[in-house]
Design a protein around this ligand. Sequence first.
Ligand code: HEC
Length: 154
Amino acid sequence: MRITVKRFSLGFLVLFAGMQLFQIDKTVPAKDLSNDLMRMASPPGEVASLLKVACYDCHSYQTEYPWYANVAPVSWWIAHHIEEGREHLNFSIWGTYTGSDQLEFLHECAEEVEEGHMPLPSYTWGHRAAKLTDYQRDLLKNWFNSGLIGMKHR
Ligand code: HEC
């Protein structure tokens, strides 16, 4: 019995070590910061820090990876969220979206935040600061709803 447990543990260790060979790709394309939402829409300080803390890790090229993003298989799961997040909406390339896409995104952002779908609930396990209070949700929602004011867009 003990031998079996030992073998199993060893097998798991070898598998786990093997997984570490497959690190995620953290490289991003060269950034043109002038297309970033923050630069274009200049949100007020409180909104800007909420966006950074609650959205930018998945919806921009300015991802700040936690230490566990170096540990497979968790890292694969994180990388998948980031890839998918950027694919749907990337605040770093905000200026390249058409005006009507921007409007649509702002509308969706307000909705996702209001309904509590974003930031992804799983994200807030490791990022307590991204667990939004009702006040913070309202703040973000209202900003998204009025977000085009004063924004340069095409
Ligand atoms: C942990 C990563 C992560 C974080 C943090 C996150 N998102 Fe997302 N977001 C995703 C993923 C993945 C999708 C696509 C799949 C889905 O809709 O669940 C998505 C989809 C969306 C969509 C839908 C876009 C479309 O085209 O359908 C909007 C809008 C959105 N997120 C806004 C936000 C906002 C606003 C924040 C911050 C308050 C935020 N997200 C934080 C990962 C994230």
